[in-house]
Design a protein around this ligand. Structure first.
Ligand code: SF4
Length: 241
């Protein structure tokens, strides 16, 4: 029985990865426009939400999910994402924030980067997009943020303090995130675009907010995200849990 379920999940994962790859790989030639890039990024987030919700109904967590509005432990973790996500987050922030809010955000981003918090510092300060305990880009937050579903908030706190490496989490959202990230990376490579899931979010976001031409330059193949790219050949640090 367990083997049968695993086979179903494997087959579903393969289809999901392939569909995401095709969607992202379609960003070629004349269809590689800013509008299509943002629409593609939004569609990916919708697919993630829908898929993880349906899969979670079929394979519910062993205990209730502990995550609640206002709990921000996972917003203190280092994370990596892809270029499509960085563009949609930046676009939404520019659209929704006042000039004062944007100015404050850019100061937090600069502060964060200038202090070189690095990979290992714990506790790390929060993601600069967090303001008054809330994500300023919640509806377009990265897949990795959507995938965090802890079963025990006490473990999140211990991880935040550097006392624990792994938190017990619901496996389904993490699995959907991993599979979709693989599809995004494969699709970007096929479309000849840089910026797979190895972009450090804070650095990449500041690049886009600081440079209004960043998307056009990225479309033209310029290495706009180079300072944010994780370069270790083993790839960026894995899932947060
Ligand atoms: S993007 Fe939003 S949800 Fe993700 S770490 Fe930053 S503040 Fe938290």
């Amino acid at each position: 029985m367990a083997e049968d379920i695993e086979k179903i999940v494997e087959a579903f994962s393969d289809d999901l990865r392939e569909n995401v790859r095709k969607m992202v790989a379609s960003l070629k030639g004349a269809s590689r426009t800013p509008l299509n890039i943002l629409e593609n990024a939004g569609r990916i987030q919708n697919i993630f939400d829908f898929t993880q919700e349906k899969m979670s109904e079929m394979f519910p967590p062993a205990e209730p999910i502990a995550c609640q509005q206002g709990c921000t432990f996972c917003c203190h973790l280092l994370f990596f994402t892809d270029a499509l996500t960085v563009f949609i987050v930046a676009d939404r922030l520019k659209e929704n924030c006042s000039p004062e809010q944007l100015h404050a955000l850019r100061s937090r981003l600069t502060d964060f980067i200038d202090n070189e918090y690095g990979v290992t510092q714990v506790p790390r300060p929060p993601c600069p997009v967090l303001a008054d305990g809330l994500c300023m880009a919640y509806d377009v937050r990265p897949l990795v943020c959507r995938a965090q579903n802890s079963l025990q908030v006490s473990q999140c706190e211990e991880k935040h303090q550097g006392k624990l490496d792994m938190v017990v989490a619901h496996d389904i959202p993490l699995r959907v995130w991993t599979v979709m990230s693989e599809g995004i990376a494969a699709g970007l490579a096929e479309a000849g675009l840089a910026g797979n899931e190895s972009l450090e979010f804070v650095t990449a976001l500041r690049i886009v907010l600081d440079n209004p031409a960043a998307m056009d330059q990225w479309i033209a193949g310029e290495p706009v995200f180079e300072p944010a790219q994780w370069t270790d050949s083993d790839g960026p640090p894995g899932p947060l849990h």
